[in-house]
Structure formats: C-alpha cells, structure tokens
Design a binder for this molecule. Structure first.
Ligand SMILES: Cc1cc2nc3c(=O)[nH]c(=O)nc-3n(C[C@H](O)[C@H](O)[C@H](O)COP(=O)(O)OP(=O)(O)OC[C@H]3O[C@@H](n4cnc5c(N)ncnc54)[C@H](O)[C@@H]3O)c2cc1C
Length: 309
C-alpha cells in the first residue's frame, strides 16, 4: 500500500502523464466522482444542493505552481469574481487558495499582494483558507499567512499532521489568533520530516486537534476545522467535543466533494458544522492523482471505468 501511494504521488508530478492522461475518457469519468464539474457554474449548483442539506462549502479553483505573473493575477481576479458570485447568491461558501497558484514561486511579496486583494474582498465573518502544499513551501506559506493575519483576521491556514514540525507551528501561530484547518497531509514527504506510519499520523492528528479545541475554548483559535474523512477519528473528536462542553455547532468537519457523503450528511443533521470542499477547473490532474494516492482502491474504481460506456 505504501509503495502504491509513493508511485501515485510520483505520478502526480509527472508532466507527460499530466498532459496525456487527462484526455482519456475513463480518467475524465473517474475524476467526476470527486468534482461536480470543471466550471464555476457547476460548483455553484453543487453548493446550492449541499446548502439544502445544511452543508456549507469551500470552493477551490484547481491549479498550482504558476510561473507567469499575468496568470497568477488572473487567478486572483478569478477568486474576486467568485466571491462576488457567492455573496450575490448568499451562499454559505468560502474559498481556499494555493499560494503557488497566486505566484509564490515568482515572489513572496507578489503572492502576498494577490492574497491580500482576495482577503479584502471577503466578508469579515468568512474565512479565506490557505492550503498547505509540499514541505518545501511550509516556511514561506506560514510567513505569508502571519503577515496576512496581522492585517486582517478573516484568513485561515491548513496545517498537516504528518509533519513533525506542526505542533511547534501551531503553538507559534496561536498568539496571533489563527483559524486552522487540520489535515493529515497529501504529499510525498521523507521520513526525516514526516511520520511514515499512518497510525502515528492519526495519533498526532488527535493530539493537535485537542490543542486546537482547547485554544478554541479560550478564543485563541478562532476557527478549528478538521479536514478529514476518517470516520473513527471524527467520532473520537466528536466525543472529545461533547465531553469538554463545546456546542455541536463549534465542531467543524470539512471533507472533499464525493467522499464520505453519508457522514457529511450525518454531521449536518446532528447540528455540527459540516463543510464540503468543492474543487473545479481544468487543471485537475495532480490534485486527482493525490486523491487516488489517499485511497489506492480508487484505482480499481478508475480501471472499472475503462469498460463502462
Ligand atoms: C477539506 C480538505 C482540505 C484539504 N486540504 C489539504 C491541504 O491544504 N494540504 C494537504 O496536504 N492536504 C489537504 N487535504 C488532504 C488531506 O491531507 C488528506 O490527504 C486526505 O484528507 C485523506 O486523509 P483522511 O484524513 O481523509 O484520512 P485517511 O486515513 O487517509 O482516510 C480515512 C478514510 O477516508 C476515506 N478516504 C480518504 N481519502 C479518500 C479518497 N481520496 N477517496 C475515497 N475515500 C477516501 C477512506 O474510507 C479512508 O479509509 C485536504 C483534505 C480535506 C478534506
């Protein structure tokens, strides 16, 4: 399983596969399990449908490692339009951005300016989430996040439980009253910096989640969101939340579109904050292959699509 995960994560970086695999109909059919479509209109329709089930949404326009300034500016412009659409439609939808899509590889200051424009357009009571990418971007991402949070409170950061450093990073952020989305981590990282065993990642996740919730109860962590589909872990966190006197609406779980739908709906029915991340756009290949790596059984699902019409 670990070997398969490594191979898939290597494939997610492969340029030849990125350019060719996306053209196969069975690959396109498979990705539709994780995305309602490539367009913003399809994402908005999905958000409306989820809203009827009391499920909120976070939109992300797929793309990463942009190396052209105009293209990075266009991404920022796109997000400004998305926010206008969301506000006009009065949807319970936030956005999540990747800093390398906003020009981090070009210049940290340029990337920061793009991020600032987006945060300024967002409502004060909604969060602009910043994704966490591969480990070589963590320092730069945290620097930009701290700068942004200094100016405006409505920005949140994703932290990855598989990294040894994350406990220190979280402790370092708390004095600034961050909003945090905790995930396990989706990239291929060496054992020198990340827990190689899933059981250790899960335990670290639970420990970090408790830190976040304790900080939430004192107002030091403004939003504590748990980005995971791990149902036993969600139940464990739910027990912790109820034992420590939090209201159900303070328990926030974020999942990806199309994964663990029944659990998303159960959380919403129970009065918890259930949120689905809706990805859209044409640059889906690396993101999709990371989804395959998270659960190699998805590969069989994709291969079955070769034979379906
Ligand atoms: C809202 C959200 C935002 C995220 N943002 C980031 C980010 O910014 N940076 C980052 O590195 N990672 C991000 N991730 C991905 C995350 O790091 C994990 O790779 C991913 O969530 C899988 O881990 P898990 O917590 O679901 O637990 P796992 O232990 O991997 O999975 C638990 C169970 O969930 C189900 N499951 C998990 N993944 C899949 C899948 N792809 N297909 C089908 N079933 C699946 C399976 O039943 C599995 O047994 C994000 C995830 C979410 C939900």
């Amino acid at each position: 399983m670990a070997l398969m995960r490594s191979m898939l994560l290597a494939a997610s970086q492969n340029v030849w596969l990125r350019d060719h695999a996306v053209q196969f109909p069975f690959v396109r059919r498979s990705v539709s399990r994780f995305m309602p479509g490539e367009t913003l209109t399809e994402a908005l329709t999905a958000a409306r449908n989820l809203q009827q089930k009391k499920i909120g949404t976070v939109f992300t326009h797929l793309g990463e490692n942009v190396t052209d300034r105009d293209e990075a500016r266009e991404v920022a412009e796109h997000y400004l339009e998305v926010l206008d659409h969301i506000h006009q439609a009065n949807l319970p939808t936030e956005i999540s951005v990747k800093l390398t899509q906003l020009g981090l590889d070009l210049s940290a200051d340029f990337c920061f300016e793009n991020l600032e424009r987006i945060i300024q357009r967002e409502k004060r009571d909604s969060i602009v989430w910043v994704d966490m990418e591969a480990s070589n971007y963590v320092d730069a991402t945290l620097d930009i996040y701290r700068r942004a949070l200094n100016n405006q409170p409505n920005v949140g950061i994703c932290l990855q439980a598989y990294l040894y450093r994350t406990k220190k990073d979280l402790e370092g952020l708390l004095p600034q009253r961050p909003s945090v989305r905790l995930v396990k981590g989706a990239y291929k990282e060496p054992v020198a910096i990340a827990f190689p065993k899933k059981a250790d990642v899960d335990e670290n996740y639970f420990a970090l989640a408790q830190m976040m919730l304790r900080a939430r109860s004192t107002g030091t962590c403004v939003r504590a969101a748990f980005g995971t589909h791990d149902v036993p872990l969600i139940r464990r966190l739910g027990d912790f939340v109820s034992q420590h006197g939090f209201s159900k609406s303070e328990f926030e779980v974020q999942m990806l579109y199309g994964i663990q739908r029944a659990e998303q709906e159960r959380l919403a029915r129970d009065g918890c904050r259930s949120i689905v991340l809706v990805a859209y756009g044409t640059y889906w290949y690396p993101w999709f292959v990371r989804r395959l790596a998270e659960r190699p059984a998805n590969l069989w699902f994709m291969l079955r699509n070769i034979f379906s019409s």
